[in-house]
Design a binder for this molecule. Structure first.
Ligand code: CP
Length: 334
């Protein structure tokens, strides 16, 4: 049985097949291919795009989507052998197995708690669901966001054609709060897997991403004939870029100690994506996973420009997740 926890477990060809099927669904949205199937969407954190696109996408294929809103209301134990004398009323062993009796797919959104990266980088909740569930698990964002990867790559291919050898810039941007590294990790994974020459721009080494994702992206780049560079110089990063992807995240050395990071982060507001920086690129396309604070992460002029793909990428979530649900629900004997 196959899960979709991270694109690290999927080949470029397999991911391309999902994107190709997504284009089929974009042209012909409605079918009964998943008639009588059910998907349980479990949200430990809020969502607009993920929730709407999975729910509507399932219904467009004849399936039933059950949205379980567990944000702040459903403490769940993940440790084997735990003495459950705290807040958690339910162990993931039962939760995963019971939901597996009702639904054909379980999808989970569970952000890290921003307390202990060494622990949270193990992605304990979704890993436990995958261990105990008897049906496929889809990651709707934990410490990576693989559905967003598919949507972004579909938008990139639609506008750039082949991505091999094109320059992909992942730029850190300011945000008043320390955000999850999930989308940044994912952008590195998928851009490197699809042969881009990837540049990571961040203010200082403290804003670098976890070694696991840097190593995975380096390996992808070596396998695909691309490259991975890290720079703290804005002009170098933007020069010649074909695709600019913006995201903010908290500096990992300050994980759980965000008060100390805040004044440091506040000094890097000039990393905003603006028209002057985009003018240094190779007429690059711009995108962001959304939600995006306007005139903080990117100016209105960039977000609303004809080169902005933010709405197309969000639309693609619907198409790629329909392809993913179809693939996982109909897998036979795997
Ligand atoms: N990009 C994304 O996952 O959006 P939501 O948080 O609204 O689901």
């Amino acid at each position: 049985m196959r899960h979709f926890l991270s694109t690290e477990d999927w080949t470029r060809g397999e991911l391309q097949a999902l994107i190709d099927q997504a284009r089929v669904y974009r042209d012909a949205p409605f079918s009964n291919v998943l008639q009588n199937k059910s998907i349980a969407l479990v949200f430990f954190n809020r969502s607009l795009r993920t929730r709407a696109s999975f729910d509507i996408g399932a219904k467009q294929l004849g399936a039933h989507a059950l949205v379980l809103d567990a944000a702040g209301t459903w403490p769940i134990e993940v440790l084997d052998g735990a003495v459950m004398d705290g807040d958690a009323e339910e162990h993931v062993k039962e939760a995963a197995k019971v939901l597996s009796r009702y639904a054909d797919i379980i999808a989970i959104r569970a952000f890290p708690k921003f307390e202990n990266w060494a622990l949270e980088k193990q992605d304990p909740l979704i890993t436990a669901f995958a261990k105990y569930a008897d049906v496929p698990i889809i990651n709707m964002e934990t410490i990576v966001h693989p559905c967003q990867e598919l949507a972004m790559m579909m938008a990139a291919q639609d506008n750039l054609g082949a991505t091999d050898g094109k320059k992909f810039l992942l730029t850190w941007t300011y945000h008043p709060k320390p955000l999850n590294t999930a989308v940044a990790n994912s952008a590195l994974l998928v851009a490197s897997k699809f042969g881009f020459d990837v540049t990571l721009l961040c203010p200082t080494p403290d804003y670098g991403l976890d070694d696991h994702y840097m190593s995975a992206a380096t390996e992808n780049a070596a396998a695909q004939g691309g490259s991975l560079d890290v720079t703290h110089d804005i002009d170098t990063a933007y020069a010649g870029a074909d695709f600019v992807y913006a995201k903010s995240w908290g500096a990992l050395p300050f994980y759980g100690n965000w008060k100390a990071e805040k004044p440091i982060r506040d000094s890097y507001k000039h990393f905003i994506v603006d028209e002057d920086k985009m003018a240094e690129t190779n007429d690059a396309w711009f995108s962001h996973c959304l939600p995006m604070r306007r005139n903080i992460k990117a100016t209105d002029g960039v977000a609303d420009s004809p080169r902005s793909l933010i709405i197309d990428e969000a639309e693609n979530r619907l198409h790629v997740q329909k392809a993913l649900m179809t693939h996982l629900a109909l897998q036979v004997g795997a």
